[in-house]
Design a protein around this ligand. Sequence first.
Ligand SMILES: [Zn+2]
Length: 398
Amino acid sequence: MSNELLQFGFFVVAVSAGWLAGYCYRPRFEKKDTDTSSSYYKGLNYLLSEQPDAAVMTVINDLPVNLETLPTHLALGNLLRSKGEVDGAIRVHQNLLSRPSLPREKLHQVHLELARDYISAGVLDRAERLLKDVVDESEVFRADALEHLQHIYQTEREWDHAIAVALRRLPPRSWLKKAPVAGPADRRVERALSHFYCEKAQLLLAEHNYKEAIVALQSARQFDRDNVRAYMLSANIALKQHKPELALDLLHTAIDRQAAFSSEMLPLFREAFARFGGRDAYLDALLGIAKNTESSAFIIEAADLMAAKDGSELTLQYLLDAARQRPTLGLLTKVLEQPTAGSGQTLELVQEVLLKLRAERPAYRCRQCGFSGQKLHWLCPSCEQWGTITPIRGTQGD
Ligand SMILES: [Zn+2]
């Protein structure tokens, strides 16, 4: 409530200042337009007394459309949209388009605002049409329009369109010149683009179209060399095509780039070694990766194989060393599970508490907004950024 009041306050101040400036600096020969100023205040009055429909009608009927009054029309439309009065916002913006008095560039701005209204109202096909026009015709508003278009295609899960738009948002690549260093905004687009290719590849994968899925995943890796999802999907296809060595190459590269995702890749490693290399080779690989990444999941997997091969004493020693280095809950519970770890009610109690703590903890967190949960989302449901959610490391994580 106080937030809305504040918004109104800002609006009133903005409009009054605009009107005052217009009043003071207008050419001397111009006669004061008392009708215009009175319609301002009538409209404002309706807004302040929570009568948005009356405010819309007053502005549409009484406030002329010209370059001086355009900011007021736009401010009112955007205020209505931000208050959830999308129909009112659409009427205000459509009214501006029905007047031929505005120059082209200003009309493009109105198109963009109207597209934002339609997005808020969930009428995405209309928004899409308006935004395409702005992209084609306006250099000034093209970047904004492309960003909105990308968001629409992402929402509609139209990945080919999303890819085409994201490519247009990036600086053109030239074979002759060195690629320009990407800024943070370009990096965000590249990360999104990489995930669009992954989404496309997943659909192709479901249709068993491995050939095109591989091409899409090559692009995904090209635009974001750290996109672990692209490597995992590629490894998945390699396994389906009975190429476990290729799968392992991809997984090793991915784990070198993103050690935090080790636990996500473990099942793929397991599958690859089940077809290639055998148990001893698998244990060697696990021990190597466990040493490099300090991933509890890999240490625990290694301990299970070790127990069968070298016996419980060596396994317990291995786990104790690892748990001392990184005392994660996963490792502690694994230590307590060992037959030689000792028994007794105290131990059981500790184990019970640890298991409970483990079950309650969130496993993933967004680097961007802090959103956390039990499931790995590639697109953060909170801040809608791609590839910002990672498995949590630390005592309660992997
Ligand atoms: Zn987020």
